[in-house]
Design a protein. Structure first.
Length: 402
């Protein structure tokens, strides 16, 4: 079958790979009808999150039809349409039972102290093969596959495999109360759905990015916007919040954050040198001067702004991904403001009941951010367009079998 395969940092290809087979009695094999490219995939290809093995299939977002089930699968049936949530849990350990599926004790074959198990990631994530492929093996199928009815389209479902549950998780972590100012960093797919989630929870949203097409989408979703290439971000936030700062802040950017490239926040030479040192300490192999798949230039930019912009005794939720090697956080200012910090990989499985209801009823419309649907054979060009943030390239769905 065809799949998007990682060869090296900056080098991904469409390859022919063996089809997956049932390995454990609780496995299922799913024939994918939709997959998608995510900002998380970019961290791996840019090298800002290391540990990817040559030959790993990329992708952790998928929707499909169950083709085969193992002997101990009870609820999931062959022929069912399913969403494949990105993170994998066993459903039975102490963490899964409390809803912390992303911290499952069992799903990561590297052991209970290893990281979140998910598809298409580095070896540290358990080595599960990715979903940018024609078929996938899904472990603990009864826990990790979410059956869907025909009222949910593939376009809606693919956005519920990762980014809508992640966005909802971010808004949930931020402890939003009615009327709170919610400052969202990043207007990529995750940031935009975070805005939509925060609005539904009663927040007054302010969104930050530098890309005009993405900022326009944020305004269409009801946010006020700040372009960090034009104004000083903390100043602008104070002006919009009666000098209090934002009570809730959400980082939907992660390690590939950028500094301003124009305007009052653009760093000088010394600032840029400090950023290079930070980048090097986090991941020496990340691509720093390439034309495509280049790392962001200031990994701590959003964390710095988040702590500066948060109101006293406010909450910061971090859903942007940082690799375990990243140790840069302005702890002193955060501590002295009595800030609450919450963060992590989304516990996708926990949110499907509420999200399927919101999507089916139209209260949340994730498809509003879907910008392209491409055949999987065109995935490499689509990756590059998304990586370069070409105007209009916001969220790319891939059709694995076309
Ligand atoms: N926690 C989880 O479970 C989880 C799940 C999915 C995705 N993610 C992460 O969410 C993040 C966003 O994903 P995406 O698909 O939207 O990615 P994306 O790369 O499309 O979006 C990132 C956006 O941030 C903007 N940006 C860069 N620097 C900024 C800054 N200093 N301030 C404000 N905005 C800035 C970029 O212009 C871009 O629009 C990634 O880090 C991804 O890995 C986390
Ligand atoms: Zn994703
Ligand atoms: Zn578990």
């Amino acid at each position: 079958m065809k799949a998007v395969v990682f060869h090296a940092i900056g080098d991904i290809r469409i390859d022919d790979v063996p089809e997956p087979v049932i390995e454990q009695p609780k496995d299922a094999i799913v024939r994918l009808t939709a997959s998608a490219i995510c900002g998380t995939d970019l961290h791996f290809v840019r090298g800002t999150f290391s540990g990817m093995k040559k030959g790993q299939i990329l992708g952790h977002e998928g929707v499909g039809v169950v083709e085969a089930v193992g002997s101990e699968v009870r609820d999931i049936k062959v022929g069912q349409r399913v969403i494949i949530p990105s993170t994998i849990g066993c459903g039975e350990c102490q963490f899964c039972k409390k809803g912390f599926f992303a911290q499952c004790d069992v799903a990561n074959p590297l052991g209970k102290r290893a990281g979140t198990a998910f598809y298409g990631g580095p070896e540290g994530g358990g080595g599960y093969k990715g979903l940018q492929a024609e078929k996938a093996r899904c472990a603990w199928a009864d826990v990790n596959l979410v059956p869907i009815l025909d009222v949910i389209s593939d376009d809606q479902a693919i956005l519920m495999s990762d980014i809508l549950p992640t966005a909802w998780f971010g808004a949930d972590l931020a402890e939003i109360e009615d009327g709170d100012h919610v400052l969202v960093f990043g207007c990529g797919p995750v940031g935009l759905l975070t805005i939509a989630s925060a609005k539904l929870m009663g927040g007054r949203v302010i969104a930050v990015d530098r890309l005009s097409d993405r900022l326009a989408k944020a305004r269409a979703l009801g946010a006020e916007t700040i372009n960090f290439d034009e104004v000083d971000v903390p100043d602008a936030v104070l002006k919009l919040t009666n000098a209090d700062g934002a009570r809730r802040v959400i980082d939907a950017v992660g390690v590939d954050a950028q500094h301003a490239h124009a305007g009052p926040s653009e760093p000088g030479l010394l600032g840029k040198a400090k950023e290079l040192v930070e980048q090097y300490a986090i991941e020496p192999a990340a691509r720093k001067f390439a034309s495509v798949f280049q790392a962001g230039d200031n990994p701590s930019q959003v964390l710095d702004w988040a702590v500066e912009c948060v109101a006293k005794a406010g909450t910061i939720a971090i859903i942007g991904v940082y690799p375990p090697t990243d140790r840069v956080f302005p702890i002193g200012m955060a501590m002295n403001k009595n800030v609450t910090l919450r963060m992590g990989n989304a516990n996708h499985r926990r949110y499907y009941d509420v999200l399927l209801d919101h999507v089916a009823s139209g209260r949340l419309d994730p498809v509003a951010i879907l910008s392209q649907t491409e055949p999987m054979t065109g995935a490499i060009d689509a990756y590059k367009a998304f990586d370069e943030r070409q105007p209009g390239w916001l969220k790319v769905e891939l059709e694995p079998t076309s």
